[in-house]
Design a protein around this ligand. Sequence first.
Ligand SMILES: [Zn+2]
Length: 442
Amino acid sequence: MTLLHIGIDDTDSLIGGCTTYIGARLVHRLEKETKAKFIDYPNLIRLNPNIPYKTRGNGAVCLRINIEENMIEDVENIVIEEVEENSDLKCEETHPGIVFFKGNVPPELKKFAKKAVTDVIMLDEALKIVNKTGAKIKTYKKGRGIIGALAAIGNTLEKDHTYELLSYRSPEHWGTPRTIDEDSVYLMDKLTNPETFNNIDKETKRILITPHGPDPVLYGIRGETPEIVKLASKIVVSYEPIERWVIYRTNQGTDEHLTKLRKIKEIKLYQPAKTLVKIIEPPKIIPGGHVIVKAADNTATIDLAAYEPTGNFRKIIQKLIPGDTIIAYGGVKPQENKPLTLNLEKIEILNLAPKIIYKNPKCSKCGKRMKSAGKNQGYRCKKCKTHAKNIEKEKIQIPREIKPGIYLPTPRAHRHLTKPLQRYGREKKNKPKKLIEKWHYP
Ligand SMILES: [Zn+2]
């Protein structure tokens, strides 16, 4: 038997298609037609969410199988057939890539995968890795998809990971409204959360497991184990047929993109950033309801932005004051004529500055608060007419309305990679030793 990794990316467009759907179709066909033995759940690897040319979710897929040597050609032909039939090749921005790689994943491929989550990779860099590792590729149009396809092979999810059960609609339903029983989703959330996550947006009660576009996904349930996402899917009632479903193992909800603590000066465009800063100006609300606050470290200053879609997260940002120390997490995109702006994904408040207000001093005789007697004239008591010259304003420390800790936007504004609050402390250290019995249909 030969170990074969199959990476696929950039098959979808803004209006349709879905690389995970191709993965789900391949799981069934490869098992049935080539006797492939899956050594892992199919992997869904989310890449750097800040890169400029990404398609909707910027997710690539990898299938890892053991296969008889004489079946490899059949496997390759089936993969190529499925990608060609299910890719949106007409879309200008879709440039599919397939990578086949035999044997254990080498260190340089793992390193490449790490970079694909935390940085920007150009096509020529991917082609160099292809040459160096002897990977076999098939590209369409510009073939940019091989970057994600290689990265998906290289990201073996050795440590923290989560699962997503994706179910798909029959083609005749694509493009029509999804008919899922909403109450069943609330019930599923009640019974399985926190072992499942991001089912519902708490602020708006909006259901998040169903996408709204014309793609084939009916719903996706994210969770900590394959067992729980499968159980959760049994609670959800669908009024339309489910053509197929599959459980993916993924880096979603792991913060894999937010690793390095960087100085502001080191933050580069399109990179995910994590930076330790001090707030230097009071927050401002700008048109559109966005909240901007200026921060600095010893290298530079930066604007931190909590945009309108982040919901009540903006209220936390508004409560920051100069002197507060936080770790800011987010991505930087270019904006014309604007200072460097970090689009906040989350913050960790490390230290809160004391909030001080100054009040006029109290009268030493009657205790009433005094009035200013004019510039440099001291204070006068209105009640007993006492006049005090060498007396200062009273410094009063008022309680802060926020506490140190981690704050995230509402789930509807999360990136796929963003680790939800409930996952803190649930991080996994190993990959699963074996697969559950039934992890896909058909
Ligand atoms: Zn008085």
